[in-house]
Design a binder for this molecule. Sequence first.
Ligand SMILES: [Zn+2]
Length: 249
Amino acid sequence: MEYIILLTVVFVFGICIGSFLNVCIYRIPNKEDIVSERSHCMSCGNVLEWYELIPLFSFLVQGGRCRKCKVKLSIQYPLIEFLNGLVYVWIFAVCGFEIHSILYCLCASALIVLSMIDLRTFEIPIGCNIFIGVLGLIRLVTDLAHWQDYVIGFFAVSSIFYVLYLVTKGNGIGGGDVKLMAAAGLLIGWQNSLLALMVGSVAGSVIHLTLMKIKGKDRVLAFGPYLSLGIFVAMLYGKQLISWYLSLF
Ligand SMILES: [Zn+2]
């Protein structure tokens, strides 16, 4: 029972942070301030009241429309809020109530933001990568016994990516992808980092090829979302997947 209550608290906390992520997703690419300016309707500019800022709830109550101009609000808002809440519960349920679970939650939020922005602009904001890098540094100093794992993690995939970046002149791998894998490697260690690359590449090829087939989407691939998926899987199930893989030999 206590466990359920704890997870519920985690979920509520998650959707509140999710609400802030929506702000980041819209404002970072426009270089707008994410903290000081109050949230407003994108259509009529009406500044939102406090009760309109309650995640999920306000969207449902208002039927997904602006209170003033009645313009339809993007379903993306509640979806991102719900996703972030779900992801937080998932992380705590799998990794337990530990310090690194908090770091993983914050990392997952940054991954959501950078994925959404990468899908739209084909660029990963440097702020997201720096944020994940800071989480990695915290992970390093709170687990000094394994510092080598994290330091090697910083270089493991990012150095491969950097070579690809130079060879393809930035057309295959973007500079943001290089920095993302460096920052994430510092947080999850080199083994998980390689796993994240594997999961991300497989998911990326399968999903991207399928999309190209059905939708005739052009060939530009935003790699960020797939790498993010890989990093997420590695954070949650890295240990199990790696020991299962090694047991095959
Ligand atoms: Zn409005």
